[in-house]
Design a protein around this ligand. Structure first.
Ligand SMILES: [Zn+2]
Ligand SMILES: [Zn+2]
Length: 365
């Protein structure tokens, strides 16, 4: 099989021919049909998240089950599936309470290996790691069956792919994590793949106003098309002052940071109204620290919370997101502003970093 491998940080991905083993007990082999290009892959490529290499990257994807290992009953060959980048053991305290994103059932094996500690992918006989136990920048993936969610077959694979990360993370942050009430005010900092989905999640929830902020005017134009009522270009204006001006001097009920930097986390806290909430969504570099003002939190009774993967329960929420898309209550078609062939993958990262796409998706033959 062919896969895009990162062998060294700050070098392009290399599409290599790799040896793939058959699925073992509890695993499946999936033919990948579409895979999104995500900032999380880039965090590994640039060393923000120092992880062991070589690694097949890619985690936002969809495909068709080709083969199941012994004991797999939840899916069968031919099923269309969305990959989930978090495991779901079904037994730990978090899976049992519905917080499956926090599953600790497989904490004894590294997140880039199968549950038995081995990899299903090899290069010249040496194991290659699989990002999030997946590695979906590949023709085919062998992974734990608990990390694929069967999905209705009339959903286009490109739409299914982005549900697996950016759509779940953005819309989930609004409707599963923050549970934004209709009519309440919202700020979204950063209008990339996740931020634009927070915007459309806020629209779905009936929030008003929906204030979007970014450094680039083309991203703000995207945000307006997905439901933002107001926009602020952070390169030319003070975000917090601009938000207060639009909200009678108070700030917003819920401020989402879709970036994950020191500056944007602080903006989210500062732009939240008294009694309001800052929600941290974008995953920072491991080294990032942000000096919050505890007195502002106390006097303003502000809440700061984090959400990982939109706090979704993939087996429940991926099919719901698919229905919302096919009912045109959310718009995934307009999010996919570019598609690429597999061999154009490095161009996909270049355009994402240049801010020229809402979401780019690689389509496999
Ligand atoms: Zn992602
Ligand atoms: Zn678990």
């Amino acid at each position: 099989m062919r896969a895009a491998v990162l062998t060294e940080i700050n070098t392009p991905l290399q599409i290599l021919d790799l040896e793939q083993e058959l699925p073992r007990a509890g695993e499946v082999r999936v033919r990948v049909k579409a895979a999104g290009v995500c900032m999380s892959d880039w965090h590994i490529m640039n060393g923000d998240w120092p992880l062991p290499l070589p690694m097949v990257l890619g985690h936002e994807a969809a495909g068709v089950v080709a083969e199941i290992g012994p004991g797999v009953t939840a899916v069968k060959p031919g099923d269309h599936v969305i990959f989930s980048f978090r495991p779901h053991c079904g037994r730990c305290r978090y899976c049992s309470s519905g917080q499956t994103v926090l599953c600790i059932g497989h904490n004894d094996s590294p997140r880039w290996r199968m549950h038995d500690g081995t990899s299903r992918v090899k290069l010249n006989g040496e194991p290659v790691n699989q990002m999030a136990r997946l590695g979906t920048f590949a023709d085919e993936v062998v992974c734990p069956a608990e990390q694929v969610v069967p999905i209705r077959p009339d959903l286009p694979f490109t739409h299914a792919a982005i549900i697996g990360c950016s759509v779940a993370t953005g819309i989930g942050a609004v409707i599963r994590h923050a549970r934004v009430p209709a009519g309440s005010s919202v700020l979204i900092i950063g209008c990339g793949g996740v931020g634009l989905n927070i915007v459309q999640g806020a629209r779905l929830a009936g929030a008003n106003p929906i204030i979007a902020c970014d450094l680039r005017d083309n991203k703000l134009a995207y945000a307006r098309s997905f439901g933002a009522t107001h926009t602020i270009n952070a390169s030319s204006g003070d975000v917090v002052a601009g938000v207060r001006e639009l909200t009678d001097g108070l700030g917003v009920d819920t401020a989402f940071d879709a970036i994950g930097s020191e500056a944007t986390a602080l903006q989210a806290v500062d732009a939240a109204a008294p009694g309001g909430r800052a929600v941290l969504v974008g995953i920072p570099a491991f080294s990032t620290r942000a000096p919050i003002s505890p007195s502002q939190i106390v006097y303003g009774e502000k809440l700061i919370s984090g959400t990982y993967y939109g706090s979704v329960r993939p087996n429940i929420d991926f099919p719901i997101l698919a229905d919302l898309d096919l009912q045109k209550k959310i718009d995934l078609d307009a999010l996919i502003s570019r598609t690429y062939r597999f061999d154009e993958i490095n161009e996909g990262f270049r355009l994402m970093l240049a801010g020229e796409v809402a979401r780019g998706v690689i389509v496999f033959d």
